[in-house]
Design a protein around this ligand. Structure first.
Ligand code: SF4
Ligand code: FES
Length: 362
């Protein structure tokens, strides 16, 4: 069997080697951090995904070693494979940043700004993208799209107005369930994920459409409006499940399990699909073997203030003395020298209760 050759590709001035056939987006993910373009429709675990949302646009300023001409237009990095010697710009390209702002504006044309009441808030990829690239206002003057409500049964809530037509749920249902009965109805502005999904709800793995949805179009009815994700503690847990791996993330407050989801990697993608029983029916802590806190690396609002997060919990190792060449803070500024309000003889710690102006009266 012939070996797959390795290609060198340089993205934002960082060079990596990847096997031929790798997409630019996956090569950029190998570098990681901000160099990896955002992806709203591509999902590495779903065959055929990508190419719908255009958030992953990049500039190719050198096609390859053999043909160094730049590509004339920005390309979707999830659908463009690397060539040997290719040079790509993502965050270093003003053109890309500008185009991405346009894509975000386009995605938000019809998307309601209902983050304060949306269950996806705090872990919504469109919310992240809007903060990073969005504009404050909209130039859109027309009424946003509305849809007939569809009841998808006891587990899954569909808010079609929030859908960005990424097709991930369609691929998930198609590739995980053996009897697919849903797809996209209509075309263009009228396209919608609709009735057919109701019929596929009886499948044991259909709950995974909630996890793949990048926005709040598909949410968990058993968790709806019960809590905000940043108030919950994500825990790795498992159980002996006859249908799936049983490896999940529990979202607890105290001992109460509010929500069960699949475990997601740093790109927000499910590590292993889980079954409906694990997701919707096992809401007792005693149903699970708790492994420990889960680190959520991507969504900072969830990590914020949590014991296992990467944001807000890492104490600086250096002390004031260390960064100020051994000087104590009080040697830099004595408050009594600059303020007549605080008298040195008044010991604030000795006052019973909060201090007020009377304590400093002449
Ligand atoms: S419902 Fe969610 S996953 Fe499905 S197409 Fe719409 S945005 Fe994508
Ligand atoms: S992630 Fe590439 S087009 Fe959507």
């Amino acid at each position: 069997m012939s070996e797959v050759p390795l290609f060198k590709v340089t993205i934002d001035n960082i060079t990596v080697e990847v096997p031929a056939g790798t997409s630019i987006l996956e090569a950029a993910r190998k570098i990681g951090g901000d160099v990896a373009p955002p992806a709203m429709c591509f999902y590495s675990k779903l065959k055929g995904s990508g190419g719908k949302c255009r958030t992953c646009l990049v500039e190719v300023n050198k096609g390859s070693e053999k043909d160094p001409r730049p590509m004339p237009k920005l390309v979707a990095s999830c659908r463009t494979t690397v060539m040997d010697g290719m040079e790509v710009k993502n965050i270093t390209s003003p053109k890309v940043i500008d185009a991405r702002a346009g894509v975000v504006e386009f995605l938000l044309l019809n998307h309601p700004l209902d983050c304060p009441i949306c269950d996806q808030a705090g872990e919504c990829h469109l919310q992240d993208l809007s903060y990073e690239h969005g504009k404050e206002g909209t130039r859109y003057e027309f009424q946003r799209r509305t849809f007939k409500k569809h009841d998808l049964g006891p587990y899954i809530q569909l808010h079609m107005t929030r859908c960005i037509m990424c097709f991930r749920c369609v691929y998930t249902a198609d590739q995980l369930t053996n009897k697919r009965e849903h797809g996209v109805l209509d075309r263009g502005d009228h396209a919608e994920i609709a009735t057919f999904i109701e019929k596929s709800l009886d499948n044991d793995f259909i709950g995974n459409v909630i996890d793949v949805c990048p926005v709040g179009a598909l949410t968990d009815k058993t968790f709806r409006f019960k809590n905000r994700v940043w108030f919950l503690k994500p825990l790795n847990a498992h159980r002996d499940c006859p249908k799936c791996s049983g490896k999940v993330t529990l979202w607890n407050r105290g001992d109460e399990v509010y929500r069960v989801t699949a475990r997601k990697d740093e790109w927000g993608e499910v590590e292993e699909w889980i079954c409906n029983d694990c997701r919707f029916e096992k809401k007792q802590t005693s149903d699970w073997v708790i492994e420990g806190p889960r680190e959520i690396s991507r969504q900072s609002v969830i990590s914020q203030g949590h014991y296992a997060g990467t944001v807000g919990t890492v104490l600086p190792t250096e002390t004031f003395e260390a960064v100020n060449a051994g000087r104590q803070p009080h040697l830099l500024l004595d408050i009594h020298d600059v303020s007549k309000v605080n008298k040195p003889e008044v010991q604030l710690s000795a006052i019973n209760g909060p201090s007020h102006s009377n304590n400093f009266k002449d």
